[in-house]
Design a binder for this molecule. Structure first.
Ligand SMILES: NC(=O)c1ccc[n+]([C@@H]2O[C@H](COP(=O)([O-])OP(=O)(O)OC[C@H]3O[C@@H](n4cnc5c(N)ncnc54)[C@H](OP(=O)(O)O)[C@@H]3O)[C@@H](O)[C@H]2O)c1
Length: 319
């Protein structure tokens, strides 16, 4: 197939493009930042500079590439500072997930593109009620904290717009597996504590497994939502110490809920403490997906072995 990957230079795009090429696809890869054309070419794809918020440019680029399939992996998270308001940190990404998705879907319709797969997110979105692990049929949080309302609405918009157009939205878990993963520095510096009893559940996914699921989704008929997460949704009290150990860092600090609320704000603590994990059963069954890293228990050490300091030495830490 001719595949048009929007966001080919991002964390997932750089893993996805080589896998698509290995599977015999011909790839056009878009980038946004000046100078990133070379990165796309090095991955084996034809580079195209594109701002997803420029509807005219999107239309022209899609019509020119004449793809059989489009994959929307555009976010604007590189270098973002995360503060008390997720909506502030995700502002640009939310536009890419709403306006950007609509623009790309319109271009896909006009160009007669048969398949459309887009990046969505699984963690922190399911209703904070009932059991610890949720399927795609479970309801999303009907009342997200005020500081994350636009972010939740943007993901919901993407899920609904893509599936109503006959496409597939992949609700990925928290990405890991790259040298610049967002959790590495805060965990190394012990700035990422276990909150309360650490009972909030997270779902992770290694970037290579996320890319493999995306290749399979492109070959799948019909619309759908899929959680692309590993086999072991886990409480913070388990995964965070394991991540610190994999990085050769000191164990994480523990912070009581009241203090975490003061430092990070009520909204973030509500999400972190009440979060539910996501089941990957549907993706395995319907996409035929198998994971190279079925759990973060193997995945973290495999991903960070070379990043961890040599045995017997600790990572630099302020304390
Ligand atoms: N599920 C998850 O946990 C999840 C999801 C997404 C990101 N993240 C994390 O967030 C961090 C940053 O993500 P990232 O490396 O993927 O970078 P990013 O800044 O989010 O960029 C992703 C892709 O979108 C492109 N892009 C940005 N703005 C665009 C626009 N207006 N129009 C079209 N394309 C645009 C970027 O192009 P350029 O490279 O040319 O700027 C890049 O190809 C990473 O650590 C990643 O793991 C996590």
């Amino acid at each position: 197939m001719r595949v048009f990957v929007v966001g080919a230079t991002g964390a997932i795009g750089t893993r996805l493009v080589p896998q698509l090429i290995e599977h015999g696809h011909e790839v056009t890869g878009t980038f946004r930042s000046p100078g990133h054309a070379e990165r796309v070419r090095a991955l084996g794809a034809e580079p195209v500079a594109l701002d997803l918020l420029d509807a005219g440019a999107v239309r022209r680029a899609v019509l020119a590439a004449k793809p059989d399939a489009i994959v929307h992996q555009a976010t604007a998270l590189a270098g973002v500072r995360f503060g008390r308001s997720l909506d502030r940190s995700f502002g640009a990404t939310n536009r890419l997930r709403t306006e950007g998705t609509d623009t790309l879907l319109a271009a896909a319709r006009e160009a007669g593109v048969r398949r459309f797969v887009a990046q969505s997110f699984a963690s922190y979105r399911y209703a904070r009620e009932g059991g610890p692990v949720k399927t795609e049929d479970d309801r999303l949080d009907p009342d997200p904290p005020a500081m994350a309302r636009q972010t939740n609405a943007a993901m919901r918009h993407l899920d609904e717009a893509v599936t109503s157009a006959g496409g597939i939205a992949l609700r990925y878990g928290g990405f890991y597996g790259a040298a610049n993963d967002g959790l590495i520095q805060p965990v190394r510096k012990r700035q990422f504590p276990v909150i309360g009893a650490g009972g909030g559940i997270s779902s992770f996914i290694h970037l290579d497994d996320a890319a493999a699921a995306t290749v399979l989704a492109l070959g799948h008929d019909g619309a759908g939502l899929y959680n692309i997460t590993d086999d072991e949704p886990a409480p913070m009290s388990e995964w965070l110490p394991a991540l610190a150990a994999a990085l050769g860092a000191k164990p994480p600090r523990h912070v009581p809920l009241w203090l975490a609320r003061l430092i990070a704000g009520r909204g973030l603590v509500m999400m972190a403490d009440g979060s539910r994990g996501a089941s990957n059963a549907k993706a395995k069954q319907e996409l035929g997906w198998t994971l190279r890293y079925p759990s973060w228990r193997q995945g973290f050490p495999a991903a960070y072995a070379s990043a961890a300091p040599a045995a017997g030495r600790r990572a630099h830490s302020p304390t």
